[in-house]
Ligand binder design. Structure first.
Ligand SMILES: Nc1ncnc2c1ncn2[C@@H]1O[C@H](COP(=O)(O)OP(=O)(O)OP(=O)(O)O)[C@@H](O)[C@H]1O
Length: 303
């Protein structure tokens, strides 16, 4: 039987009158690597903080590893690793003493693994944390989150300051982390190429709602852009099932859809006496289609 590592039901979070999360239903099974994407202020950090019990949901529920997020026990917290966007480290400590200090809180701390990562990621052990570069501090925060062998890693834009080489190393460490099928990762990022490299699943947040959640492969196989060349003028608005963006201009239209299939292409070709060309999209393009201008509002679409 599969177990949900993360679950939300109708999760809603408001800050005063501002509805940031609006009824999110999300179930992430153990063993998945989930990339969370969305435009700035879409609610990614708020979602992660509600999941960790750092913010209280306004309504609905959320749980991690089977426990209610707002009442996580110490035992469950010890099974979670977290790197926040504004992680705080102790600047006067050296890298090594920061690791030792953090490790003292966890009986299952792995000094050898931490030491190995410090070497691999070229972090100078004797340097004071306050003297590290932003990218070096980010690396250290990730190592500290991995050191106690968590089962669930929650990372809020963990690679924002890493150079391409360090990002590769970091992604590799996430892949190694999930070699054990008991481990799960949720990470938010704006770097869709990273996500494409390692994520098993993608969650797209748009305006505080879950616009998509499902396997990355399903998203890429189903999400296509249709280029429609009609023999007659097209109406300024028409509805295509599963469309996420329309651009209609005279006899020509671009329509991006989530669940492409031959039947849809044939129907459109017949309906508009049109030549319909199907274009593949990479994840960045899918993201832009999804979060870009909508001439026609699309329904939420789930895998
Ligand atoms: N403590 C707070 N009080 C009031 N509003 C808040 C608070 N925290 C977040 N918000 C608002 O919630 C919205 C979502 O913010 P959040 O940080 O979750 O977005 P995000 O998707 O992580 O954005 P980014 O990609 O820019 O990091 C924003 O409009 C933000 O101003």
């Amino acid at each position: 039987m599969s177990t949900a590592a993360i679950q939300t039901k109708q999760l809603t979070k408001r800050f005063d009158a501002d509805s940031v999360l609006r009824g999110i239903d999300l179930t992430i099974e153990t063993g998945q690597i989930v990339g969370l994407i969305g435009t700035n202020a879409a609610g990614k950090t708020t979602l992660i903080k509600c999941l960790l019990g750092l913010l209280q949901a306004t309504s609905g529920s959320c749980s991690l590893l089977g426990e209610d997020s707002w009442n996580l026990s110490g035992k469950t917290k010890a099974r979670i690793g977290y790197v926040s966007q504004d992680f705080e480290l102790l600047p006067w400590m050296t890298v090594q003493s920061m690791c030792d200090y953090t490790g003292a809180f966890y009986p299952q701390w792995q000094p050898d693994r931490v030491g190995h990562l410090l070497t691999e990621w070229q972090l100078p052990r004797d340097k004071r944390v306050g003297a590290l570069s932003v990218g070096q501090r980010q690396k250290l925060a990730v190592i500290l989150a991995l050191g106690h062998q968590p089962e669930l890693l929650m990372l809020d834009e963990p690679v924002a300051s890493l150079d391409p080489f360090a990002r590769r190393q970091f992604l590799q460490s996430l892949v190694q982390f999930t070699e054990s099928e008991q481990n799960t990762v949720l990470f938010s990022t704006h770097i869709t190429s990273d996500l494409e490299r390692i994520a098993s699943h993608v969650a797209i947040l748009r305006d505080g709602q879950l616009a998509w959640y499902g396997p990355l492969d399903t998203l890429k196989e189903g999400c296509k852009r249709l280029r429609i060349y009609s023999q007659k003028p097209l109406p300024t608005h028409f509805v295509v099932p599963g469309a996420i963006r329309y651009e209609i201009n005279g006899q020509h239209a671009l329509v991006s859809v989530v669940h492409m299939n031959d039947q849809l292409r044939d129907t459109l070709a017949q309906q508009w006496q049109a030549d319909v060309q199907v274009e593949d999209l990479n994840l960045e393009e899918i993201f832009l289609e999804w979060t870009g201008r909508l001439d026609n509002p699309a329904d939420e679409v789930m895998a």
